[in-house]
Design a protein around this ligand. Structure first.
Ligand code: AMP
Length: 220
């Protein structure tokens, strides 16, 4: 049974889950599992999964549960997840959460925390519109809040910085609607299981990072 951090990061698109998950990965030595990153890679490589997923992603809709659940089950078995894991963008529906419980049960594990990162909708739209990702290494930037040193060039690897296709304004609105109807019910699901820890997601990256560490205080 894996010791360490076994957490879900829950929150609307633009809540800062990816940024914080990357930090938690380094801080706790756990693996980061971002279903969005895995799907985008599959789309870029035009794998069968990528071909099936791309239409849903471009519309801001969720990819069907069965595609996602298998992918996470396989990823959790990899060695780098043995010290713990941070799930970023999964689960996103109640059936996904139930499947996760089953997957972990088979592995002899349970979650030890769910961090709900809370950000008002107005702040989210502002954040998503300015978000840029490195095509090379996946590093995240924000044009206003965390800009790269040179325009459109990654500080870390020199790669090109691009805007995600689904960060266009019309898709953002669709994604937020999907979050409210399909993902937000997970807050109650995890609250009922005494796993929920709420974190205020407004502030600097460092502020939010500190709040998360505090919220995770007794975990691990
Ligand atoms: P993200 O990078 O987490 O915002 O995910 C980008 C897109 O990938 C979402 O808008 C969905 O289309 C798809 N996606 C990512 N994770 C999931 C998931 N757990 N369930 C269904 N679709 C997902």
């Amino acid at each position: 049974m894996a010791a360490g951090l076994r957490v879900v990061l829950l929150g609307p698109p633009g809540a800062g889950k990816g940024t914080q998950a990357k930090f938690l990965q380094e801080h706790y030595g756990a693996c980061q599992i971002s279903t969005g990153d895995i799907l985008r890679k599959a789309v870029a490589e035009q794998t069968p999964l990528g071909k099936e997923a791309s239409g849903y992603i471009n519309q801001g809709a969720l990819v069907p549960d069965d595609l996602i659940v298998n992918l996470v089950a396989e990823r959790l078995k990899e060695n780098d997840c043995a010290p713990g894991f941070i799930l970023d963008g999964f689960p996103r529906t109640i059936p996904q959460a139930q499947s996760l419980d089953e997957i972990l049960k088979k592995m002899g594990m349970v979650l030890n925390g769910v961090l709900a990162v809370q950000v008002p909708q107005k702040v989210i739209v502002e954040r998503l519109a300015g978000r840029r990702t490195c095509k090379g290494c996946g590093a995240l930037y924000h044009l206003a809040f965390d800009p790269p040193k040179a325009v459109a060039v990654c500080d870390r690897c020199g790669g090109e910085l691009v805007q995600r296709d689904d960060d266009r304004e019309e898709t953002i609105v669709a994604r937020l609607k999907v979050y409210d109807t399909q993902t937000a019910p997970l807050v109650d699901y995890y609250r009922e299981r005494n796993l929920l820890r709420s974190v205020d997601g407004v502030g600097t990256v460092d502020d939010i990072r500190n709040r998360i560490i505090q919220a995770l205080g007794d975990v691990k």
